[in-house]
Design a protein around this ligand. Sequence first.
Ligand SMILES: NC(=O)c1ccc[n+]([C@@H]2O[C@H](COP(=O)([O-])OP(=O)(O)OC[C@H]3O[C@@H](n4cnc5c(N)ncnc54)[C@H](OP(=O)(O)O)[C@@H]3O)[C@@H](O)[C@H]2O)c1
Length: 296
Amino acid sequence: MERKRIGFIGAGPVGTTFGVRLAEQGYAVVGVADLKDEPARRFVALVPGARRFPSAQELVDAAEVVFLTTADDAIAPLCGSLRWRPGQIALHCSGASTVQSLEAARAQGALVGSIHPCQSFADADQAIAHLPGSTFAIEAEEPVRSLLTEMARALQGDIVVLSSEDKVLYHAAAAIACNYFTTIVKIAADLWNRFGKTPADAVKAYLPLLRGTLANIEAVGYPRCLTGPIARGDVATVRRHLAALERQAPDIVPLYRELGRHTVPIGRDKGTLAPEKAEELLRLLAGRPARPDAEP
Ligand SMILES: NC(=O)c1ccc[n+]([C@@H]2O[C@H](COP(=O)([O-])OP(=O)(O)OC[C@H]3O[C@@H](n4cnc5c(N)ncnc54)[C@H](OP(=O)(O)O)[C@@H]3O)[C@@H](O)[C@H]2O)c1
């Protein structure tokens, strides 16, 4: 299989992990250019045969495939500041930006594409550990699509091919699943302050719970993975939750109500939440009277 010379501009977690893992799979990673010393040194130390290029342009001149693994906002201006060759391949790994941000390279005859790992990388070590087996969202025309598909397969990943139109919604969905999951756990952990325990105590307690929850999603899937009072149709418990939150953390009540509203259909689909209980829960979560003739 032909192995093109691959270079990276930007030695953050994503550039570094692609460099390390693609080199392991036999790809010819020639090197990296980064504005800062430390990430570039680390890249070179981790990727056998790679060298540091003094400038992004020198890397572009030496590589056939160039990953622009900078922060999203820097991709288009960086791409526009470089001289590209016809037939060269310019890539980025952003989930929210489309290949439009590589337009300057395309205008000079280069081929363009993007490969977004659907994964969360807090630092380079985490990234290197977690990249293999991720799903990769690919936005590219042929022949770049085949090149990126081959890379994703080499990284033991699943592939989802996206159009430019669908890219931002795809990324918004990933942000809800990943970033807002992080936020929700923090909100729940902070509530432990209200009864004299620390959020760190809460996180320690929640980690086994969350691992169990993820294992349930993996083992039995939706809707069977849902547990808790909404899945059981336990209206009194939800009412007590709301009363406690209104007393002790009123700022969290709208979030609890909104997420509850989205949880009711999962309970219905699971079959454990009876239709009349679901209606009662929806009224309670909306702040309406439990029965049309009752006070809220
Ligand atoms: N982190 C994630 O979880 C994740 C997941 C999937 C996809 N992605 C995507 O992957 C891409 C890279 O993300 P990242 O988290 O690795 O980014 P990052 O931590 O911001 O690292 C980017 C690196 O590129 C350097 N850089 C910026 N402009 C440069 C230039 N003109 N020339 C050379 N180097 C330059 C930065 O230096 P400075 O710090 O000095 O600017 C930094 O060292 C982004 O498109 C991001 O959306 C990230």
